[in-house]
Structure formats: C-alpha cells, structure tokens
Design a protein around this ligand. Structure first.
Ligand code: AMP
Length: 193
C-alpha cells in the first residue's frame, strides 16, 4: 500500500483522544513511507492527521472542493493540493489516488465516505481494503449495526468481511495489507444475488 486515504472528522471534540489519534495516524503513515490522501483541510482531525504526517516528513495529498476551500481552510502545506469542482470529483479522486481507506472517528461526512468505500467494494468499483480504527470504542455501535445488517441478510455472506475493524493502527494496517478482495456484485450471477 503506497498511499492510504484517511477519512475523519472536520471537528475537534473536547476529548483529546480523538486529535491524538489523528496525529498518531499521520505520524505512523509517514514512518511507514505510506502517503496520506485526505480532504485537504486544516480543521479538526483532518488538519491534525495532515500536519502530523507533514511534520514527520510524509507525503500528503489533499483534495478539496472549491466551495469548501474557505470553510475547511485549505491546507497549503500539502505536498499536492487538488482543488476540484465538487464532492463527487473529490471522492472519486480519493478512490483513484489511494490503495486503501482508513476511517478514524468523525461525523456525517466521514460516514458518507466510509459507506461509499464499502458499497463500492461490494459492487466492484474498487478492490481496495477498507479499514475502521475503533479507538475508545467510538465505532462499537457502527460495528454492531454492520453485524445486524449481516444477520438480517441485507449484507451478503460474500461481503461480510469487507469492513476491517481493529482498535490498533498496527493491527489495522497489517490486516489491510493482507486483504484479499471478495467476490463483487458485478462478477456475481444474477441468480446468486
Ligand atoms: P465530518 O465527518 O462531517 O466532519 O466531515 C468530514 C469530511 O467529510 C469533511 O471534509 C467534509 O467536507 C466531508 N463531508 C461533509 N458532509 C459530507 C457529505 N454529505 N458527503 C460527503 N462528504 C461530506
């Protein structure tokens, strides 16, 4: 994995564990020589992951829509900063530029990005690993809901392991590197759907 997209919140929650996690992820990517692809802003966890990666000598590629340049305060320290027309172009570029996706804590925008990565993996628009870093139990309910979708039958057996969850970054990256793509919906027979 040469580059990973990191999805995370643009807010800064009061509990320091979240910003510290973002900083640790940014440093860890730089130390492993893995480039960071992210939303290109300076706010919240997004700014923290990028700054930590830049300060540790890592490659940071930001992708930000024109309309958010001032709101999310674009980060001109990025190695590369792409200003794109809108969210669709931004998310397509995250997918094209990265070899996998890590979601750390965040809000609604982060969830949109995570579920898109999972949904596109199911369909077959990409075959890249999708990891969730479950720090401080932040994603316990999301993991439980994902299991509920599997149990009820809305997530197919073939796709139940697409979401890779770990509570340590080392564990997550190791498991993402070993990820073997699952059968995609595009390759399934109509009778199997
Ligand atoms: P949030 O997790 O809501 O703080 O958002 C994190 C990132 O997702 C930010 O870069 C937002 O620009 C982006 N974002 C916010 N809302 C959406 C949305 N509805 N769809 C996709 N991305 C979003």
């Amino acid at each position: 994995m040469k580059r990973l997209a990191v999805y995370c919140g643009s807010a800064s929650p009061a509990d320091p564990v979240y910003i510290e996690t973002a900083q640790a992820v940014g440093r860890a990517l730089a130390e492993r020589g893995i480039g960071l692809v992210y939303g290109g802003g300076r706010l919240g966890l997004m700014g923290a992951v990028a700054d930590a990666c830049i300060h540790a000598g890592g490659e940071v590629i930001g992708v930000i829509p024109e309309a958010l340049c001032s709101k999310e305060v674009r980060n001109d320290l990025c190695t590369e900063l792409h200003i794109v027309p809108g969210m669709h172009e931004r998310k397509k570029m995250f997918t094209d530029l990265s070899d996998g996706f890590i979601t750390i804590p965040g809000g609604v925008g982060t969830m949109d990005e995570l579920w898109e990565a999972i949904s596109w993996a199911q369909l077959g628009y990409h075959e890249k690993p999708v990891g969730v870093l479950n720090v401080a139990g932040f994603y316990d309910h999301l993991v439980a809901f994902n299991q509920h979708m599997i149990d009820v039958g809305f997530v197919r057996e073939a796709h139940k392991n697409i979401m890779i969850v770990d509570d340590t970054l080392d564990g997550l990256i190791t498991r993402m590197a070993a990820y073997e793509p699952h059968q995609t919906i595009f390759r399934m027979k109509a009778d199997d759907l």
